[in-house]
Each structure stands twice: as C-alpha cells, then as structure tokens.
Design a protein around this ligand. Structure first.
Ligand code: IYR
Length: 223
C-alpha cells in the first residue's frame, strides 16, 4: 500500500523573465496558427521514432486521478490500413446518404467532406485513440475511471500539438459509428475508440478550407 501514499519530489519549474514569456507566447501562437487539418496525405514514410516521441508527449497529459485512461494504437501496416479504410467508408456512405441529419450535413458543407477516405490508406500512420472507460486490476476487477473524455481529449490535443511541432500534419478523423475499430484492432471491450488521428506529410500542393477561427473576444471573457 505504501505506493499509494503521497510522496513529493521537487518541481522542475523554469521561470522566464516577463519579456521572454511574452515572446514565447507570441511565437507559439504564430506557430500554432500554421496547424491545419488536411485531408490529402502523401505516402512518404515517417520515422517511427518521431511518432513514439510524440506519443510520449501525449502521455504527459494530466488526467482524472492520474489514471491515464488512453490507449494509442499505431497502425502502419498497409493491409490493416486498407481494412480500416474500407470499413470506415462503408460507415461514411451510410452517414452521407441518410444516416446524418440535414443539419449535420449542412454544418459540414464548408469542409467539403464526403464518404471517400483514401488518406486512411495512404498516410503512413493512423493513430487510433481509444479511451479506457474503466480499468481492470490483476484480479480482473473493474476499476472506475474518472473524467475519461476530458482526459483523453487533453492527451489528444497534446498529441496533435506534438505532431505539428515535429513538422508533420494530422487530421482528426471520426468515422461514425466507429466500434468496428475494436474488432479490426482486436481491442478489449473496456476500450472505446474516440478518433483516428491520421499522421503524415501533406500531399504536394494540398489546399485547406478558407475557414476562420473565432477571435479572442468571442472565445474568452475576462472578469
Ligand atoms: N465522419 C464524417 C463526417 C464528419 C463529421 C465531422 I463533426 C467533421 O468535422 C468532419 C466530417 C467524415 O469524416 O466525413
């Protein structure tokens, strides 16, 4: 039981002078403005070690009771990617031809998406992100997990940022429904797929939708 006791280690905190702080905040914003989701990937290979480091970064995310309720399944095997593409396109065809509400399809119009998902086959990596809705101890007993969606969402955001920082592009892709991923990837039933993060280099000359992000005034209130 001793490992459950609260122990402390010194915080490694690096204080920055205010001007440096402002400069870093400014530069990081400019850097993150260049992050865009893309839907056309090159098949150019990416070193697995880079992906591993980005996943280690994602694994540094805070989580409810530090339970780290995420699992990243990294798919690079061409056959497995093809299987995922075909299964996802089947779901998407249903989605686009009646499954989704008119309201939902209208909301997607600026993105010009459709049921074809060739990037699931051509991008070098599909990182399939699962949330562990509960844990299982050595005796096979369920362990309750807290704030699972929030925790996995934070880790996913950190992964997207790490991938951008490494000079790669990504797409948050959410086939719906996506339970088929458990079966294809042989994952246990305490794991729920939350999204596929498609990772690689952009296809040469790829364009992105001309969409805007909300201004600070629209997203934040200072009191
Ligand atoms: N899963 C579909 C539809 C889709 C839904 C949302 I919300 C998006 O932001 C983008 C697409 C597809 O991938 O085409």
């Amino acid at each position: 039981m001793t490992d459950h006791l609260y122990r402390q280690v010194p915080l490694e905190f690096i204080e920055l002078p205010p001007s440096k702080m402002q400069q870093r905040a400014d530069e990081f914003l400019e850097f993150m403005k260049r992050r865009r989701s893309i839907r056309a990937f090159s098949d150019r290979p990416v070193d697995r070690k880079v992906i591993e480091q980005c996943l280690r970064t994602a694994g540094r995310a805070p989580s409810g009771a530090n339970q780290q309720p995420w699992k990243f399944v990294v798919v690079s095997d061409p056959e497995l990617k093809r299987t995922i593409r075909l299964a996802a396109e089947e779901e998407e065809r249903e989605f686009y031809s009646g499954g989704a509400s008119e309201e939902w399809l209208d909301a997607l119009k600026p993105l010009a998406t459709n049921a074809e998902k060739p990037f699931l086959e051509y991008a070098p990596y599909l990182i399939v992100i699962f949330s562990e809705n509960y844990g299982i101890d050595e005796a096979g007993k369920k362990i309750k997990h807290y704030y699972v969606r929030d925790s996995v969402g934070i880790a996913t955001g950190m992964l997207i940022t790490a991938i951008h920082n490494a000079g790669l592009a990504s797409l948050t892709h959410t086939p719906s429904p996506m339970r088929f991923l458990n079966q294809i990837l042989d994952r246990p039933k305490n794991e729920t797929p939350t999204m596929i993060l498609v990772v690689g280099y952009p296809e040469a000359g790829v364009g992105v939708p001309d969409i805007e992000k909300k201004s600070l005034d629209e997203i934040a209130v200072f009191k």
